[in-house]
Design a protein around this ligand. Structure first.
Ligand SMILES: [Ca+2]
Length: 323
């Protein structure tokens, strides 16, 4: 079995080394938390305690005046530039696994081990990056860091382990995307086939001119594309079918609350759509055994969620999934 059609593409890093740097983002949502887009709108860069990595949703506004705690501390956004410069951010990795816990891939998620506020999660970091105008730099930083760390991951019995990186600003059509990907792969020595770029479902309809061609070019160079949070937006299948996705990640809104026949029918339809697009399917947000049983019965074979593991620091990922 395979998480990805790993025979596709080549194993040579795509070319242009350039001014290097990279980044990535995203976090697995807990039940009831909003979609990434909503999340960004609701996230507060300077909010109290920020989001402590993966905490419950907050009702922050995106400016610094939400609490006395925030007022008492220096604003976060200006600190982000320095953290980026000093390599003081971190990438954690949430495993994508089989039902018997074999590692298929891992998703890179930005974290900020803040000296006074604790470990800040993707919501806060992305909100700060937006506020500070550092979204592209953050994307680049994550791309480079994830590629470098993943290059050292040992292969498992299922083969080499791809790393999945979320794109927020460096989306297809962005003039810096190909250079950023190429330089991250080249600097890390990571084969292009081990890099998966995740694009949220809301992304494709809004792709910039030339985006499709850029996606195809990167795909021809071996990079894989995953459609993230599938089912959380308004999927236009006619549009999606022309895009080179290899993986569809079913949004947790589809994979939770599976009690009724309609829930199952909708999930089945989404899985069928992914199959029609010739994509591997990953179910996100797996937190209970019964949920897993249900999804297994529907033929889904790749999972991500707290039932298996939260996002882990690089060394913990290796400890938990040795070669
Ligand atoms: Ca993602």
């Amino acid at each position: 079995m395979g998480y990805l059609p790993l025979g596709r593409g080549n194993d040579v890093p795509t070319p242009p080394p350039g001014p290097a740097r990279d980044r990535a983002r995203a976090s697995k949502r807990r039940p009831g938390t909003p979609s990434p887009t909503m999340r960004l709108r609701q996230s507060s860069c300077a909010g109290p305690r920020a989001d402590r990595a993966e905490a419950a949703p907050r009702r922050g506004r995106s400016s610094a005046r939400t609490s006395t705690t925030a007022d008492a501390e220096p604003p976060l956004a200006p600190q982000l530039a320095r953290a980026l410069r000093e390599d003081a951010l971190a990438v954690h990795y949430q495993p994508i696994v089989t039902a018997d816990h074999a590692l298929l891939a891992a998703e890179a998620l930005i974290r900020w081990p803040h000296p006074t506020r604790g470990l800040l999660g993707a919501d806060t970091v992305l909100a700060c990056a937006a506020e500070a105008g550092l979204e592209v730099e953050l994307d680049e930083w994550v791309l480079h860091t994830a590629a470098r760390q993943a290059a050292d991951w040992p292969a498992t019995s299922l083969g080499e382990v791809p790393v999945s990186v979320n794109l927020s600003a460096l989306t297809p059509g962005h003039p810096e995307l190909a250079t950023a990907v190429g330089s991250a792969l080249a600097a890390a020595g990571l084969p292009s086939g081990r890099l998966v770029l995740e694009l949220v479902e809301h992304g494709p309809p809004a792709l910039l001119p030339g985006a499709r061609q850029q996606m195809q070019e990167l795909a021809r160079g071996g990079v894989r594309w995953a459609l993230d949070d599938f089912g959380s937006g308004h999927s236009n299948l006619a549009r999606l079918k022309g895009l080179p996705f290899d993986v569809v990640k079913l949004d947790r809104s589809l994979t939770t609350d599976l009690a009724g026949p309609r829930d199952t029918a909708v999930l089945h339809a989404a899985t069928s759509a992914a199959g029609a697009l010739d994509c591997a399917v990953v179910a996100e947000g797996i937190e209970t055994r019964s949920q897993l049983d249900h999804l297994q019965a529907l033929g889904i074979r790749a999972y991500q969620g707290w039932l298996f593991a939260p996002a882990l620091p690089d060394h913990e990922l290796r400890d938990r999934f040795p070669a």
